[in-house]
Design a protein around this ligand. Structure first.
Ligand code: HEC
Length: 221
């Protein structure tokens, strides 16, 4: 008897559950604990006739500074790579000192952010270009004559705003580091040729020579 009733319950509840499936129900589901889930408020982009322009979203008062913005980024040279005449500059901003430390930082950041596509010698044969079918537009070799002739601010500008299919790196790389990278790009451009960097493979004779020397040293030891 007991078995029979539990069997019946099982069959009954299965039938009930199956019966509900696929049937549209016009009311929202029962929401027992309300908390503050339903409130009278405006959604983004919603209309609001209270204001003359009919928009619920209000514009910030002129001159508003977002929380966390320590300065207004008014320094055009530092934040946009441009001088007072609006043209790209070919010099570091005054607060960034041209030093070995700057180049070391630039090299490190370049190898993290740029070399996956442009490779460490900046010839455009980074590891990402050999994976997943490669790129439709190849990362540029930064040793092209056209780019060699570009002012330092140009590289800052490309990192900041992207170029063609290359995206902006402004969100990942702070402005000061973008200058360090630009300085490193210039260093690669000026010294790349003399170091024997091969523009077709992206391999450096320097990089190739190092492991061999290490092995030799190990054998000697
Ligand atoms: C995800 C791959 C990728 C990364 C990472 C990347 N680039 Fe590029 N870059 C490209 C591609 C692709 C192009 C060519 C874009 C085009 O011509 O449409 C390019 C072009 C360039 C150019 C040439 C712009 C011109 O005038 O033709 C410069 C300069 C450059 N990149 C610098 C950098 C620097 C510096 C970094 C590191 C902060 C970097 N890129 C990171 C893919 C990348």
């Amino acid at each position: 008897m007991k078995l029979r009733s539990s069997l019946l319950t099982a069959v009954g509840s299965t039938a009930l559950a199956a019966g509900c499936q696929g049937n549209p129900f016009p009311d929202p589901p029962v929401h027992i604990i309300q908390n503050m889930d339903f409130q009278q408020r405006y959604e983004a982009q919603e209309r609001n006739d209270l204001f003359e322009d009919g928009r619920a979203m209000r514009r910030p008062v002129e001159g508003t500074v977002a929380r966390g913005e320590v300065h207004l980024k008014e320094n055009d040279h530092l934040y946009r790579g441009r001088g007072p005449d609006g043209r790209l500059v070919d010099a570091l901003p005054s607060n960034i000192v041209d030093s070995a430390a700057l180049l070391a930082r630039g090299e490190e950041r370049f190898n993290i952010y740029c070399s996956p596509c442009h490779d460490k010698a900046a010839t455009g044969h980074g590891i990402a270009t050999t994976r997943g079918g490669g790129f439709q537009v190849q990362p540029a070799s930064l040793h092209q004559d056209r780019l060699r002739a570009m002012p330092l601010g140009y590289f800052f500008d490309v990192i900041t705003n992207g170029k063609g299919t290359m995206l902006s790196y402004a969100a990942q790389i702070p402005a000061e580091d973008r200058w360090a990278i630009a300085a490193w790009v210039r260093t690669l451009q000026t010294h790349g040729k003399t170091k024997g960097w091969d523009e077709t493979t992206g391999m450096t004779t320097v990089a190739a020579a190092e492991p061999a020397a290490e092995n030799g040293a190990q054998k000697d030891g």
